[in-house]
Design a protein around this ligand. Structure first.
Ligand code: FMN
Length: 165
């Protein structure tokens, strides 16, 4: 099964976390992961993916405009029925990383995706909307991002394995 991670990253933080999430996904068997920045998407891989994870830096307490633009113009991609999840990076805990996630979730809903956070009910680490990495905890957050990837992969299997969707 395939999972795509799509991100925008100007200074590398969001890209780094995309790689960490990929490590978590690969802890679960049977997954191929495609990591794509917005300029270099493998259309076939994306459309064959059962789950798509979106990553954004926080800009002005919201999703970066580059990813917002991608969604606003992105009628080319039919993501209906795929599992969708989101993550962000930000300077500050109070910098709006969660709002960046909510804006992305909004777009996932419009696309008809099945949205999954990684599940705070699963216990520690408690992931409410998706993981947010802030500067002062960046390295420490990597464990959470890896677990997030693993949880998304497990949920993807649970939903799609042996189902003809
Ligand atoms: C134009 C711009 C706006 C930003 N606005 C915020 C913000 O509102 N809140 C915040 O916490 N960080 C803000 N940041 C910091 C970035 O979200 C943070 O450095 C992020 O990790 C960068 O991701 P990247 O390295 O993948 O590009 C801003 C950065 C830029 C360039």
């Amino acid at each position: 099964m395939k999972i795509s991670i799509l991100y925008f990253s100007k200074t590398g933080n969001t890209k780094e976390m995309a790689n960490v999430i990929s490590r978590g996904i690969k802890k679960v068997s049977d997954f191929e992961v495609g990591i794509f920045d917005l300029e270099n998407i493998d259309d076939d891989f994306l459309l064959e993916s059962k789950a798509v994870i979106f990553g954004t830096p926080t800009y002005m307490a919201n999703t970066c405009w580059q990813l917002k633009k991608w969604f606003d113009e992105g009628n080319k991609y039919n993501l209906e029925g795929k599992l969708g999840a989101v993550f962000s990076t930000a300077h500050y805990a109070q910098g709006g990383g969660d709002i960046a996630l909510l804006t992305l979730i909004n777009h996932l809903m419009v696309k008809g995706m099945i949205v999954y956070s990684g599940g705070s009910a699963l216990g520690k680490p408690f992931i409410h909307l998706g993981p947010v990495a802030i500067d002062e905890n960046f390295e420490k957050s990597k464990k959470m991002f890896e677990i997030f990837g693993e949880r998304i992969a497990l949920k993807t299997k649970e939903i799609f394995l042996n189902k003809n969707i």
